[in-house]
Design a protein around this ligand. Sequence first.
Ligand code: SAM
Length: 306
Amino acid sequence: MQYLNGKVYHAAGGFLGQLLEEVPDHTRVDGDLVSRWTSSEPGSVYWTRNVWEKPFLLEFDSISQAAKALKAIQRNWAACPTRLYRRVALIEEALPGISAKARAFPFVIPAAPMGAFTLLDEHLLLGSAECSSKFPNGELSFIEDKGGPPSRAYLKLWEALELAGRMPCPGECCLDAGASPGGWTWVLSNLGAKVISIDRAPLDPAIATRANVSYMSHDAFTLKPEDIGPVDWLFSDVICYPPALLAWIEKWLESGLAKNFICTIKMQGEHFDKATTDRLASIPDSRVVHLWHNKHELTWMRLARS
Ligand SMILES: C[S@@+](CC[C@H](N)C(=O)[O-])C[C@H]1O[C@@H](n2cnc3c(N)ncnc32)[C@H](O)[C@@H]1O
C-alpha cells in the first residue's frame, strides 16, 4: 500500500466543472473524483460531497485480497465506482454491509469512520480510510415528512443541524430570514424554539399560527440587529446576491447579538461568487460546505464556542 500526498475530491452532484476550476492543478480525474496528489496546500475547495483525506494506492491480485486489505484497516467502506463496475461491486459484496437507509431526524451521526474506494484499473485500488463525510460518498437521506412542511427546504436545514452537532433547544430564540413559505420555521418550531420569521412573502398559515412563531413582513436586510434584539440562532435562506448576505452577517457579528449562524449562500445563475464565499469562509470559527441537499448554493455556518 502506498500513501499519497494530497487529497481526492468527490464532486458535489452536477458540480464537477465547478470543482475542476477550484482544483486546476489536479493529477487525474476519474468520473466525479478529482485527485490532487501533491503536498502543497490547495486553494479553497467548496463544491464537494466528500473529500478523501488520506488517499492510498493498493495493488491487488484478487477480489478477496482487496477486500481483506480494506477490512484490515476498518469496517466501513463505501464503493465509488468510476469504471470496472462489476469488479468494484464484487469487492463491495465481500466487505461488511453499510447502511444506506433513510434516517429519521434528529439522529446521532455515527462515530465510526467511513472510508471510500474505487478502482483505477483491474489490479489497482484507490482508497481512503479517512473521509470528510461520515456518510457513504457524502450521501445523506432522511425519512421525509410529506404533510407537515410547506416546502422541501427543511431537508437542508435538517442536514445543516446534523452537521452542526447541536440544535436550537426549547426556549431558545431563532431568527429565520427569508422564511416563506415556512420549511425552516417548521423545523425550528418543532424543536420547541421561539421563531421570529421574516419575509416579504407570507408564511403558510399552518406555520404562521403556531404559538412559538411570530412573523414579520419585512425586508430582513433593512432591519437592524438592535431592532430584533439578542437571538441564539440566526438563520438565512434569503435569495440574494452573496455580498448582500455577507454585509448583513457582518452587521450581526459586529452587534454581538447572535450566537450561532446557519446561512445559505445562493449563487446567482451559473455564476459562483468565489470572492464573497472566501470572505465568509475566513470569518473565524466558521466553515462553508456544500450539503447533500444544497443545489447551486453553499451553506455557511458559525457556531458559538461551547
Ligand atoms: C428559498 S426561499 C426560502 C424557503 C424557506 N427557507 C423555507 O424553508 O420554506 C427564499 C425566500 O427569501 C425571501 N426573500 C428574498 N429577499 C428577501 C429579503 N430581502 N428579506 C426577506 N426575505 C427575502 C423570498 O421572498 C423567499 O421567500
